[in-house]
Design a protein around this ligand. Structure first.
Ligand SMILES: [Fe+2]
Length: 308
């Protein structure tokens, strides 16, 4: 396994600092996103807590996003995590973490999903944070155990954040992470609003790829008229359910190997990556040990609501 592949497999995330955008492009990207958010908030289209969908709304923004996702280094890494002909969910979003951001509880997302997160502003303390190696722990694809744990609450982030690794970086740097990783968004003493772009990728080798065709279609419908307006054939093809459907046929006839994002579910991860496996397990057990009374409290509150 090569270095980046190994790092991604072991930790569940990897940072890249290859220069993709010029300082001018980066500044333009920041400005467009800030104005777009302001306008949508003023028109009551989104609240301050909601992410901003980015595709098909601004020609220049589409071009900049195309430039990021067409970058050779990015494509090469995504081919490793998700295989050839990977698909992108059309609801790509910019997330703004304001100084009063309440954070997002620790959770896990779907099997096979890889997120590419591009930092639009400096994030010296990090906003997304995770437990490295935690993606190796649960070998069952339909089980997302993170959200059932006692510490999975945004109110507890001010305590749990000391156990998490923040994805720190400077504007223009980027991260890949597997969404099976226990991850969330930390609160912090941020002075400025921090902006990140999020892109969610899925492999064509996904066992449920037929269902993914419908999911991709729904994602494009979410963008309404903006989808037709996307100023990039590359982005349109990457998010198209029809192209994905064609790619399934190509994949079925090929001898392409299983990408890393689908190789994570294994009972033997503790042998493949013992240090990260056990350090994640120990961290989670300690957090459970500290916060188990919260779990009991939650059950009591639920029962009270039901019977009183
Ligand atoms: Fe997530």
């Amino acid at each position: 396994m090569k270095y980046l592949e190994k790092k991604l497999f072991d930790k569940g995330f990897a940072k890249g600092s290859f220069v993709i955008l010029s300082p001018e492009d980066l500044e333009e990207l920041r400005t467009i996103l800030k104005i777009m958010r302001q306008e949508e908030m003023e028109s009551n289209l989104i609240t301050a807590q909601e992410s901003l969908y980015v595709l098909g709304k601004n020609k220049r923004l589409d071009q900049i996003i195309e430039k990021i996702l067409l970058n050779g280094e990015i494509k090469k890494t995504l081919e490793k995590t998700s295989g050839k002909n990977y698909a992108l969910h059309a609801d790509c979003a910019a997330r703004f973490s304001d100084p009063d951001d309440k954070g997002l509880y620790i959770h896990q997302d779907a099997v096979g999903e890889t997120t590419f997160s591009f930092l639009v502003t400096d994030q010296k303390e990090g906003t997304t944070a995770c437990i490295p190696g935690s993606h190796l722990l649960i070998p069952f694809k339909n089980v997302r155990i993170a959200e059932f744990l006692s510490f999975a609450s945004s109110r507890l982030l001010r305590f749990t954040k000391f156990f998490l690794s923040p994805l720190k970086g400077l504007a223009g740097e980027y991260y890949f992470f597997f969404n099976r990783l226990f991850h969330g968004r930390i609160t912090g003493n941020k002075k400025n609003t921090q902006i990140s772009l999020f892109f969610n990728f899925y492999p064509v080798a996904l066992p449920e790829n037929k269902e993914m065709v419908e999911v991709l279609k729904q994602k494009t419908l979410k963008l309404k008229d903006n989808y037709q307006n996307i100023n990039s054939n590359y982005l349109k093809n990457l998010t198209s359910h029809e192209i994905y459907k064609k790619n399934i046929d190509i994949f079925n006839k090929s001898d392409e190997r299983t990408p890393i994002s689908l190789n994570l579910l294994s009972f033997f991860n503790f042998i493949k990556s013992p240090i990260f496996y056990f350090s994640a397990l120990i961290k989670i057990l300690i957090l459970e040990l500290i916060f188990w009374p919260i779990y009991v409290l939650r059950i009591v509150t639920k029962l009270k609501k039901k019977f009183i």
